[in-house]
Ligand binder design. Structure first.
Ligand code: HEM
Length: 154
């Protein structure tokens, strides 16, 4: 296996974990939890789910730029000579990272406090904000993978 192939595989696997995890959470687990659980149990479930998932998102957040920049050098001889879609990929990565950090650093602690205080209405409101941010990040991630896979020339 060439160094490029290994780097490429790690890059695509990291993208798969992050975007696929958000797809599962938003499209499958969220509606299932709404139909099967009352608000308190649902909020407690998400409080168990997010930290476990975010552990893997942190891994993807680190692996993607490291392998991405390595591929820039192995394949395109640097940032300037890389095609436009790679520049767009980097921009969308920064947007995805910002949304993720907002959920991780601001909203997750708020959700934890609301559940600890058994304040279910506040917890529900925080969960709604997390849902919207994760939905936006899922759309960005799907757009990014679509751009990466089709490699438009612009
Ligand atoms: C700093 C961040 C990033 C950099 C520097 C970067 C760089 C690159 C480079 C150089 C390639 C190879 C392009 C080619 O062979 O034509 C690539 C491929 C790819 N990237 Fe990224 N990337 C970054 C972030 C991301 C993110 C956040 C995702 C998705 C969540 C992603 C998904 C992909 C995918 C799916 C491919 C494979 C495309 C294909 O060949 O079909 N990348 N990236």
């Amino acid at each position: 296996m060439t160094p490029y192939a290994l780097t490429y595989a790690l890059h695509v696997l990291a993208a798969l974990v992050w975007v696929g995890g958000m797809f599962f959470a938003w499209m499958i687990l969220r509606p299932a939890a709404v139909s099967a659980l009352e608000a308190p149990a649902r909020l407690k479930l998400w409080l168990e789910v997010f930290p476990r998932f975010f552990y893997w998102v942190w891994a993807a957040v680190l692996v993607l730029p490291i392998t991405g920049v390595a591929m820039l050098h192995l394949r395109f001889a640097g940032f300037d000579s890389a095609p436009r879609y790679v520049h767009i990929m980097m921009g969308l990565y920064i947007a995805m990272l910002a949304l993720f950090l907002r959920v991780q650093a601001l909203l997750l602690p708020e959700l934890r406090r609301a559940v600890a205080a058994e304040d279910w209405p506040s917890g529900g409101a925080v969960l709604g904000r997390i849902r919207r941010l994760v939905g936006s990040n899922l759309l960005l991630g799907l757009l990014l993978v679509g751009i990466a896979a089709t490699r438009p020339s612009f």
